[in-house]
Design a protein around this ligand. Structure first.
Ligand code: UD1
Ligand code: CA
Length: 433
């Protein structure tokens, strides 16, 4: 969106995390929590973003690609916003302020804030939430006509404000000029000595400026991360959402409690996910599959349609064609399987030689016997058979239609009824699918 900048507050150390890593760099599903906030801003159309860093600013600037300003002393959220001013280059429009430790804040709420701010011509629009337990959140105080007049921090509550269960989510849309003028007038909080951003609300109200509010789309959005417990809760919320979305799109998840589906995984219709299954980042699964129980699909695994991935199967960076069977106790890493491949129980690809990760290509309709070790790089040809218990050495590619047996695996010469040493001429491994 044009003429809208954002300031992401992320200078706090997060003492309760008991960590040497800055709080906002703790991961949720393999990504730092602050990157969820940045994604929401981006999805709301905001590209001009400044992150306020403090503790661990070096690590933070490596992890994210926004402009960064360093708040030298942690003098409060108001001081943090003021410190971003110089990087805004006299920005005249609206400014979204939000917190790097609130990874669930949605793009929809941010858009709603901007729309309300624009349509009402307010100086400030706040995102608020009505909650059962206002806990440590700042309370929204309204005047007799129902307009927001100030925010009282929970530790500063002395009076009836305690009855209030509408709280400040920590995400705001300010008119830039009014924000910085109000910040100049914020006095240190008598209790903590900090300059609180929330004090700008009363200052703007007293100056006769218009203050509006919108409710967050979902109260869970304001889940702030202060402890490892909160981190686990936010992870659970995102996990739940991903599982719900999968179910809504036609996937059966037998046991949501023991299943993990990453938010960026894609699963086709009528696929069944059995209990205790882990579907990791960017995994794609087709239609009519059975996955699990106890299967682990990580890092960019792609599975076709009508595939069975059974129990205790681990797949890493592997592509599986339609109609394959990988039913028991198997590890496939850096493998590419064509259609209708059957992988016997206990098959292992030895994809790592101590230096490199190598590919195993198993072509259409190949049959891999139980307990085989396939040492990559390796190609198993179309319609080929690997006998039970084989160790197929690297580059000893099995030609189309042939059968290999033994340790190390050799081609079974059916016509002559004897075993010939396998195709050990160093074929270059064909890594096309
Ligand atoms: C803040 C709000 C509170 C709101 C809550 C929602 C204030 C004063 N209060 O409380 O009304 O209900 O968020 O989660 O803002 N920060 C800095 N530099 C500082 C101090 C803080 O960058 O010097 C950052 C923190 O990293 C955090 C944000 O500002 O991202 C809010 O500060 P925090 O101390 O967490 O305030 P809360 O007590 O959570
Ligand atoms: Ca907080």
């Amino acid at each position: 969106m044009n003429n809208i900048a954002a300031i992401v507050l992320a200078a706090g150390r997060g003492t309760r995390m008991k960590s040497d890593i800055p709080k906002v760099l703790h991961n949720i599903f393999g990504k730092p929590m602050v990157s969820y906030v940045l994604e929401s801003l981006k999805a709301a159309g905001i590209t001009h973003v400044i992150t306020v860093a403090g503790y661990g600013s070096g690590a933070l600037s490596k992890a994210i690609d926004t402009k960064i300003v360093i708040q030298k002393k942690l003098l409060g959220s108001g001081d943090a916003v003021a410190s971003a001013k110089k990087l805004l280059g006299g920005h005249r429009g609206q400014i979204i302020v939000t917190c790097g430790d609130m990874p669930l804040m949605s793009a929809r709420t941010i858009k709603k804030l901007i729309l309300k701010q624009r349509s009402s011509g307010a100086s400030l629009t706040l995102a608020t939430a009505t909650v059962k337990d206002p806990a440590e959140y700042g309370r929204i105080v309204r005047n007799a006509s129902g307009a927001v007049s100030k925010i009282v921090e929970s530790a500063d509550i002395k009076d009836a404000a305690d009855e209030i269960n509408e709280v400040n989510t920590g995400t705001y849309c300010f008119r830039a000029k009014d924000l910085f003028e109000a910040l100049k007038r914020v006095k240190p909080n008598p209790r903590t000595g900090e300059y609180l951003l929330t004090d700008t609300v009363e200052i703007l109200d007293k100056a006769g400026k218009k203050i509006k509010s919108v409710e967050v789309e979902d109260p869970l959005e304001m889940t702030g991360i202060n402890s490892r417990r909160d981190l686990a809760e936010a992870t659970l919320i995102l996990k739940d959402k991903a599982i719900n979305e999968a179910m809504l799109s036609g996937v059966t998840v037998e046991d949501p409690l023991t299943t993990t589906i990453y938010p960026d995984a894609r699963i086709g219709r009528d696929t069944v996910i059995h209990p205790n299954t882990f579907i990791g980042p960017r995994v794609e699964i087709g239609r009519d599959c059975h996955i699990g129980p106890f299967a682990r699909l990580t890092s960019s695994v792609k599975v076709g349609s009508n595939v069975i991935i059974g129990n205790f199967v681990e797949l890493v960076r592997t592509t599986i064609g339609d109609d394959c069977r990988v039913k028991h106790h198997t590890y496939l890493g850096d493998a590419v399987l064509g259609r209708k491949v059957n992988i016997g129980a206990g098959t292992i690809t030895a994809n790592y030689d101590g230096k490199n990760k190598n590919k195993t290509i198993i072509r259409e309709n190949a049959f891999i016997g139980v307990g085989s070790v396939l040492i990559a790089p390796l190609v198993i040809g179309k319609n080929a058979t690997v006998g039970a218990g084989c160790v197929v050495l690297k580059r000893h590619n099995v030609p189309e239609g042939e059968t290999v047996v033994g340790v190390p695996a050799k081609i079974l010469e059916r016509r002559l009824g004897k075993v010939r040493r396998g195709s050990d001429e160093k074929r270059s491994v064909d890594i096309q699918r």
